[in-house]
Design a protein around this ligand. Structure first.
Ligand code: 5AD
Ligand code: SF4
Length: 476
């Protein structure tokens, strides 16, 4: 789908007003199980879906075996994410054969792309709902009840689910996601997200602040503000920076962060994902000003070579990116930085790959998510370039990137030994009953003897040992 067709699909979505079957929340005796794949945004969306469906009487369950309806929130970002979902759907096929009342639906990014094959050809699902169609789910489920296949994959220009209070899956939890923007307008050439999630739109800041305040009152002590590109958050402004309604204030990401930071000094604030072309010094100054804004930035670079970045349509050069890293180090001292890297993008030469390795050496990321390039249908890269780096080469380059990152992650953790960290207690450690875990501001997982602490406490931990993945310490 090119941008013009994409806009058409979105505009058509305005024509059909969806009537919401608003329930009174009374139980309808049916149990709902939601399984989520992919990014944090998908997990957050599943909580919105749970909220919409519990309003109409469904009860959520963690046990798939007792569910009457299973919804799978899907990811299309790489081919193997789609393969995993398909395998899962095949597993449910057996259950469907035994119980004709059992309903399976797919949500999220695979919806638009695969609706025809999943619904009609393979008959794996009864419902297909795209990321902007969740308010329509009660209707879609009703349609299935009348024997029809139910589909809504229309994208919207303005749906933000701003008024919906997500049902938190981890009752009594301490950390929560809060979505601030949906969709993406960036068109990075490798990325399918602009096609699956549609145009970028920002959520009303007042509803964001209210959600954060309510979470704090419920006992949550950390929120992560989510968007494909949080730095392009803008309220009451066009993408060109023009004011939409002069009688109302405008809000950018730096200002939104300040509003959320002020909710309570004991509410930690994180955010993801930042974009190198849009991250401003003003925002970094807000980070530095508020102790409760965590000193951690996820700033995906994708490649260390300017020509590759150009082919990727990322909107910055290697030099620009390095300058943004300098700005972080200058304005937010001791800030942890993580990244995303893709190996073997179209036409990537050995020399261009070495530029990625040298950039990693220059920056020494604290953490990284690293991927082999996987061509996605309809993207700019699929239409413009050849996916011509051999699989073996992609693998070899990825291994070199991962090996380097393992060293840097270990060094980063070794530098923390001897330091005293403020840690938010999240609960028992996976390793042992005797230990609890929680994160420091830099987003490192810290493990410590459990003592009398409980989830949601802030404690000070002196770091004694580490691996590349975890810090181990004693409470002081
Ligand atoms: N192939 C490999 N990695 C991808 N990503 C996005 N699209 C692709 C693709 N087609 C990675 C990018 C992005 C992260 C969320 O996923 O690094 O930042
Ligand atoms: Fe995809 Fe680029 Fe948007 Fe991120 S910023 S979601 S990589 S198009």
């Amino acid at each position: 789908m090119n941008e013009e067709t994409l806009n058409k699909v979105i505009d058509e979505s305005k024509q059909g007003e969806v009537t919401i079957l608003k329930g009174n929340g009374a139980s309808n005796g049916k149990k709902l199980y939601i399984e989520s794949y992919g990014c944090q945004m998908n997990f957050s969306d599943s909580e919105v879906v749970a909220s919409i469906l519990t309003e109409t009487g469904y009860e959520t369950t963690r046990d798939v075996n007792e569910a009457n309806i299973v919804l799978i929130n899907t990811c299309s970002i790489r081919e193997n994410a789609e393969t995993r979902v398909r395998n899962r759907l095949v597993e449910f096929k057996g259950k469907k054969a035994k119980d004709p009342e059992f309903v399976v639906g797919i949500l999220g990014c695979m919806a638009e792309r695969l609706k025809k094959s999943l619904l009609e050809e393979e008959k794996l699902v009864d419902i297909v709902a795209g990321p902007d169609a969740y308010r329509d789910l009660p209707n879609l489920i009703e349609e299935v009840g009348t024997g029809q296949k139910a589909v809504n994959v229309l994208l919207s220009r303005d749906e933000t689910y701003a008024d919906i209070t997500p049902v938190r899956m981890d009752k009594g939890g301490v950390t929560a996601f809060v979505t601030i923007t949906r969709g993406c307008d960036n068109m990075c050439s490798f990325c399918v997200v602009p096609f699956t999630r549609g145009r970028e739109r920002s959520r009303d800041p007042q509803t964001i602040v209210k959600e954060c305040r309510d979470l704090f009152d419920m006992g949550y002590r950390e929120v992560t503000l989510l968007g494909q590109n949080v730095d392009s958050y803008r309220w009451n402004m066009t993408s060109k920076g023009e004011i939409k309604d002069v009688s109302k204030p405008t809000v950018n990401f730096a200002q939104l962060m300040e509003m959320v930071a002020k909710v309570n000094p004991d509410l930690r604030v994180r955010f993801s994902t930042s974009h190198p072309k849009d991250m401003t010094d003003d925002f970094l100054k807000v980070m530095a000003k508020y102790e409760n804004v965590c000193e951690y930035i996820h700033l995906p670079v994708q490649s260390g070579n300017t020509e590759v970045l150009q082919r990727m349509n990322r909107g910055y050069s290697r030099e620009w990116y390095l300058e943004r890293i300098d700005a972080i180090n200058r304005i937010v001292p001791d800030c942890a930085i993580s990244t995303d890297i893709i190996s073997g993008f179209c036409d990537e030469t050995e020399e261009e790959h070495r530029d990625t390795l040298s950039l990693m050496d220059e920056i020494k990321y604290d953490f990284a998510y690293m991927f082999k390039y996987s061509e996605r249908p309809k993207t700019l890269a699929e239409r413009r370039f050849d996916d011509n780096v051999p699989e073996e080469t992609k693998k070899k380059r990825l291994t070199q990137i991962i090996d380097k990152q393992m060293e840097h992650s270990l060094e980063s953790h070794q530098r923390q030994i001897g330091k005293i960290k403020k840690v938010l207690v999240e609960g028992p450690s996976k390793r042992s009953e005797e230990y609890f875990c929680g994160r420091d501001g830099r987003n490192s997982m810290v493990v410590f003897p459990k003592g009398d602490f409980k989830k949601g406490d802030y404690i000070m931990v002196k770091i004694k040992e580490c691996t590349s993945a975890t810090l181990l310490g004693e409470v002081v």
